[in-house]
Write a protein that binds this ligand. Structure first.
Ligand code: SAM
Length: 225
């Protein structure tokens, strides 16, 4: 078995445990609220203040990145954006939902970091990306249609600087949100996205029943060669 695959497989076992921890960190009432949310704005309001994901913490803690410029694609509640900006990153948060984008700018954390956080209210498939050191996207890229995704992905890879990192969530075929209009990928397809430009560092698997919803999420951490 090639070495990289072995590493991915081993890590994914470890990461199932890690992802359970992520859920354990969320208050059950908040989980219920955002699952039931009828709009992105109410979903994102329910998640506001929950703090950065364990995936982002892992990237910032273990990958030796120097502070630079970051994109948060589908920033939603801004939990990742505010953490990055508070750590000195210059962040562009891209969010298509106007209510959520408005909430980001009205958030009391925004005033503290507004010099280093820019909120762009537009769909990321319309954004003209510029070269950057880190791209994070929590549970947002799969909402691209399968026909839009390849172009957006190419632009993300092209604009990641050499040595830069991506931390991106994908939904698997069994995820409760899977549908033909979304970009749904198997574990193997997520690994294959790296192509020859990215080195896969790890793929986290978050899989299991949470309440009544079955989750199958793959989080790719990859570095630009
Ligand atoms: C499941 S929420 C995740 C929000 C946030 N990343 C988080 O983890 O709290 C998905 C977010 O992606 C945004 N979104 C979905 N499709 C988008 C697109 N094409 N362009 C920009 N934002 C998008 C939604 O408006 C929503 O805020």
């Amino acid at each position: 078995m090639p070495r990289m695959w072995l590493r991915v497989t081993t890590l994914s076992l470890f990461l199932v445990a890690g992802s359970l921890k992520i859920w354990a960190n969320q208050k059950p009432a908040q989980c219920r609220d955002f699952f039931a949310a009828p709009t992105w704005q109410s979903y994102n309001r329910a998640k506001r203040g929950m703090g950065p994901s364990d995936f982002l913490k892992e990237v910032l803690r273990t990958k030796g990145l120097r502070v630079g410029e970051a994109y948060d694609l589908g920033a939603g509640s801004g939990n990742e954006s505010f953490e990055l900006a508070s750590q000195g990153w210059t962040v562009t948060a891209i969010e298509a939902d106007s209510g959520s984008a408005r909430d980001l700018k009205a958030d009391k954390r925004f005033a503290k970091v507004s010099g280093s956080l820019k909120v762009l209210e537009l769909p990321f498939e319309k954004a003209k990306l510029h070269p950057i050191d880190l791209i994070v996207s929590r549970q947002a890229i799969p909402f691209l249609t399968p026909s839009e995704f390849p172009r957006v992905w190419r632009s993300m890879v092209e604009n990641l600087r050499r040595g830069g990192l991506m931390s991106i969530d994908f939904f698997g075929p069994k995820d409760f949100r899977a549908s033909p209009l979304k970009t749904i990928l198997t574990f193997e397809q997520v690994v294959a996205l790296a192509g020859s430009d990215l080195e896969v560092l790890e793929v986290f698997k978050t899989e299991g029943l949470h309440g009544e919803a079955f989750w199958q999420m793959y989080t790719l951490h990859a570095r630009k060669k």
